[in-house]
Design a binder for this molecule. Structure first.
Ligand code: SPV
Ligand code: MN
Length: 611
């Protein structure tokens, strides 16, 4: 460590930071240690370093760079992401866990000398708005310039926070491990992401894909869930946005599994974005729910970003500014991706290496021009639709849960109450996507779109949500959306239709629309949705479309209840209220089926809610 770095560490006057840095220098044995502050010079050092070392390369447009992760390192590795559990502690079946002693021994063993010949970077950030009740300082130690560079885009600087936080901070130790000549992680078989909740630290090694490597993203989400549990707030996989109608701004949060419309909801034209991925929710002194964006940037899926479906992001990614593209196709210094509504070249550099159309990988599978989970990394400030209050907690009036569900839920429903909404979120099912390693299109239970990140038992997590509502004087309304209903294999809605559902939800918050009461919740009246389609898109929305989309599919809904019940029956500590909601919903569905004598019931057969 040179004297400059030494000075920067010393100036923090934080013995815990020094202890941690010393410990991992000793273990990882880097050739050099560099400490970074929030200065432009230090941020520039990371960007320049990533280019110099070949973890990124410059593209034709000013500020744009490309980073490739290894061919087998393109998404979150759920299998090797584990909570290290102290002896005697239990965990839900759906959450991977390893005995703490065994896990620590394994991962620390793999980390011995892992940074040999490399530079260790020591960086400081703030999760959530700085110097606020939301702030969690985070120390990142990594040997990847790409990881550190990404974090300077995605997270608020936090060097000064460490002067006052004592030993209350999260820390993350990452090593990409040995690299190939393409500067990608070589020892993928030794990829591990191990979480230590007691010491609020995560070890992550032999990977580069940001969902595995960037400590402040999904690793901090997991530590945050544990901390929120202890301190009675909520840490969620949620967007935060301002919905704009009639000259007012109404804030919503929305939880959607990865690849199911979170960013595109936060980016609906005409609205404002606060955050697109992770939010901290706290009860305010005034009894309202406040949410803050944990991040200051977007690590977004690039597939289907085009002038029609995502005009704002498209404009941002095609003009000069700081952007890291990852795992797209590069030809003559220009990035290409799936669904960009442009012809893709037949050859170029991609996540495979030098690629040609038709090329197969070692297992004989044809390689797409660009990975489906290819991404872009930008600062929120690059967007014209950034909310003026994005850097603080905003009061939340509505919460949306949405899954990828081709055959069951209607496009939008309002739940009956906070507990009924929590039940809905807890019963969320969604088809898997390319954002995690494994098969796509499998229906999976994904409570609150957070299952991949849960580090506390499911029953405890659900109970925390119920209790959170009790602490509020004015609970947000809870809605459920489904953008992915299909008929004969084709989507029933256009991507942009989500704006209509949002405007309806916004209106419901302000008591401006009546709703129809069904066994699963309140749905819009045909006339209101027809009017919104006309106002927003000048498009005709037919009675037939409405009837198909908003029919109550009793058998499918009952089958879902059975699946959900079976999952929760196998869990400990599930609140009784949750089981009551399952039973009540089942009874309402069965009664409706009996009354109408069919298993798919038209929305026109239900009555307007009684107020
Ligand atoms: C997600 O997959 O939910 C993301 C990207 O937001 S990742 O960093 O992989 O988690
Ligand atoms: Mn996410």
């Amino acid at each position: 460590m040179d004297s400059k770095s030494r000075e920067k560490l010393k100036a923090l006057n934080n013995p815990q930071v020094i202890k941690i840095v010393e410990k991992y220098v000793k273990l990882c044995k880097p050739a050099k240690v560099t400490v970074l502050t929030d200065s432009d010079e230090d941020i520039g050092y990371l960007r320049q370093g990533a280019l110099r070392e070949g973890e990124e390369a410059e593209l034709a447009m000013e500020g744009h760079t490309i980073h490739f992760d290894g061919y087998d390192d393109q998404a979150r590795d759920k299998e090797h992401t584990c909570v290290m559990l102290p002896k005697g502690k239990g965990m839900s079946k759906a959450i991977s866990a390893v005995d703490k002693e065994t896990g620590l021994k394994e991962v620390l063993g793999l980390m011995d000398g892992i940074m040999r010949g490399k530079e260790m970077l020591v960086c400081f950030f703030s999760l959530g708005p700085r110097d606020s009740e939301f702030t969690i300082p985070a120390l990142q130690i990594t040997d990847s310039l790409y990881v550190a560079h990404s974090e300077t885009i995605l997270y608020r600087p936090g060097y000064d926070e460490f002067k006052r936080c004592g030993d209350k901070f999260f820390h993350f130790i990452h090593s990409a491990g040995e690299l190939t000549e393409r500067q990608t992680s070589k020892n993928i078989d030794k990829r591990r992401v191990y979480m230590d909740l007691e010491d609020e630290r995560v070890f992550t090694i032999n990977n580069q894909y940001a969902g595995n490597s960037v400590g402040l993203k999904k690793l901090a989400l997991r530590l945050g869930i544990s901390k929120a549990h202890r301190e009675d707030w909520l840490c969620e996989h949620m967007l935060v946005m301002g919905a704009k109608r009639k000259g007012r701004t109404t804030y919503f949060t929305g939880a959607f599994p990865s690849g199911c419309g979170k960013t595109s909801t936060a980016m609906i034209p005409g609205q404002s974005i606060v955050g697109d991925d992770i939010a901290y929710l706290r009860a305010g002194k005034d009894g309202r729910c406040y949410a803050a964006n944990v991040e200051q940037g977007i690590f977004g899926i690039i597939q289907d970003v085009n002038p029609v479906d995502d005009p704002l992001i498209n404009q941002t990614l095609t003009s000069p500014r700081e952007v890291i593209f990852s795992n797209v196709l590069i030809k003559e210094g220009r990035p290409y991706w799936l669904g960009m509504k442009k012809e893709l070249p037949d050859s170029g550099m991609n996540h495979w290496g030098s690629w040609k159309k038709g090329q197969k990988d070692d297992s004989g599978k044809e390689i797409l021009p660009c990975h489906k989970n290819a991404r872009y990394t930008i600062r929120l400030q690059e967007l014209d639709n950034i909310d003026p209050d994005w850097d603080s907690g905003v009061p939340i009036s509505g919460i949306i849960y949405g899954g990828r569900d081709s055959e069951t839920n209607p496009p939008v429903i309002e739940t009956f109450s906070w507990p009924h909404g929590v039940f809905n979120g807890a019963a969320l099912e969604s088809e898997t996507t390319a954002q995690t390693i494994g098969k796509e299109g499998q229906l999976k239970h994904d409570p609150m779109a957070n299952i991949d990140f849960l580090v506390i038992p499911l029953g405890v997590y659900i109970n925390n949500h119920l209790k959170f509502g009790e602490r509020l004087d004015k609970e947000p309304k809870i809605f459920a959306t489904n953008y992915f209903l299909k008929e004969n294999g084709k989507f029933m809605n256009e991507k942009v239709d989500k704006k209509v559902w949002l405007m309806w939800m916004e209106g419901r918050v302000h008591d401006e629309f009546e709703a129809i009461e069904t066994p699963i919740g309140l749905i819009p009246k045909y006339e209101d949705i027809k009017q919104l389609f006309k106002e927003i898109f000048k498009r005709e929305y037919t009675k037939e479309d409405y009837e198909k989309q908003f029919s109550i599919r009793v058998e499918k809904l009952l089958a879902r209840l059975d699946r959900i019940e079976a999952i929760y029956k196998a869990e400990k500590d599930v609140p009784e209220l949750f089981h009551e909601h399952i039973e009540q919903q089942r009874q309402r569905l069965s009664a409706a089926q009996k009354e109408h004598g069919k298993s798919v019931i038209s929305p026109f057969l239900f009555q307007i809610e009684k107020t």
